[in-house]
Design a binder for this molecule. Structure first.
Ligand code: UDP
Ligand code: MG
Length: 318
């Protein structure tokens, strides 16, 4: 076990923010007092810092951050909006070798910041990956709860190992960050990658609050596209299901054909068009669905093959 894991480690909080002017001041105050408190109690090192990654905000988020007069705050300003996952990656890449433990959390304070204490404690116990897991979704709408549950069930069914009710609130040791950065994929779905690292990990539970200000930056369509990315980045099972579906339909058509022949030889006449039209529409639908699923994967291959950079840093304000 490393010494830093037993003594007081340097921790970096990685906080992506996109158009968060309504809440950024409160966020800075709360996180800063949390860090100061941990430093004063000699739980963490005084080199510990908060890294705000401004993900191309179009509002006053960056101006507000720049105007702060706080020593332990670093601002990474991305050149444009690169997305939450890439913003997190930018923060982690910056933190590498500067800290013993990096904790990623959202800027809107929905994740209970008091869980940071337990994360540090677990790290000192020797855990290198600590997942923050929500044990209560009562602050979510019925729709968000239902869609999240369906997503986890589907991922489980497809054989993808992700931690249920864990978003991106987690602590990673320096070694875990280094390993994470060896994954070069452009379609980034961090909560699918982290379990693949395999270091000693544990869960801590917390209650997720409702947003106190500002609005969600994940509207329905963005959430759906994120879920689709998650599925198609980690499982080829939908392609297999497609093949099985194709096989079942072909088999059923064969029996249907035999039945039609039998009816023909028995002198029955085919009077209705139902038996023609229904399979036609059905098969048409299945074919389009199949093409769509194939297209999703081909699109992924296309994006990965170009291996474009995942973000650009415009400036770092230390
Ligand atoms: N975020 C980001 N870039 C984006 C969208 C979101 O950095 O393109 C940040 C956002 O500022 C917040 C976090 O990601 O700190 C999570 O977003 P949000 O709270 O809107 O998602 P929700 O909690 O509603 O799922
Ligand atoms: Mg949020």
């Amino acid at each position: 076990m490393k010494n830093s894991q037993e003594l007081n480690p340097t921790i970096y909080l990685i906080v992506p923010c996109y158009n968060e002017e309504e809440i950024i001041n409160l966020s800075v105050e709360s996180l800063d007092s949390k860090i100061q408190n941990l430093i004063n109690n000699k739980i963490i090192n005084k080199q510990s810092k908060i890294v705000f990654v401004n993900d191309g905000s179009k509002d006053k988020t960056l101006e507000i951050l720049k105007a702060l007069k706080k020593e332990n705050i670093i601002i990474i300003n991305l050149s444009r909006n690169c997305g939450h996952q890439n913003a997190l990656l930018a923060g982690l890449e910056y933190a590498i070798d500067k800290c013993d433990l990096a904790i990623s959390l959202d800027c809107d304070l929905q994740d209970d910041i008091n869980a940071i204490d337990s994360m540090v404690e677990r790290f000192k116990d020797g855990y290198e990956v600590v997942y923050g897991v929500r044990d209560d979704r009562s602050s979510d709408s019925f729709f968000k709860r239902f869609s999240a549950q369906s997503f986890y069930d589907l991922m489980h069914f497809l054989g993808v190992k992700i931690v249920k009710n864990h978003a991106d609130y987690r602590a990673l040791s320096n070694r875990a960050i280094k390993s994470l950065l060896t994954f070069r994929e452009v379609n980034l779905f961090l909560r699918g990658i982290i379990p693949l690292l395999g270091y000693k990990s544990c869960h801590i539970f917390y209650k997720r609050n409702a947003r106190v200000a500002g609005s969600s930056k994940y509207p329905f369509l963005k959430m759906l596209s994120f879920a689709l990315d998650g599925i198609t980045s980690f499982s080829v099972q939908p392609l297999r299901i497609l093949s099985i579906l194709g096989a079942i339909i072909s088999l059923a058509s064969l029996f249907f054909g035999i039945w039609a022949l039998v009816v023909y030889f028995m002198g029955g006449t085919i009077s209705g068009w139902t038996s023609v039209v229904v399979p036609m529409y059905f098969l048409g639908g299945v074919q389009i669905l199949g093409l769509g699923i194939l297209g999703e994967y081909i699109g992924k291959i296309y994006k990965e093959s170009k291996s474009r950079p995942r973000y650009f840093i415009d400036s770092i304000i230390d």
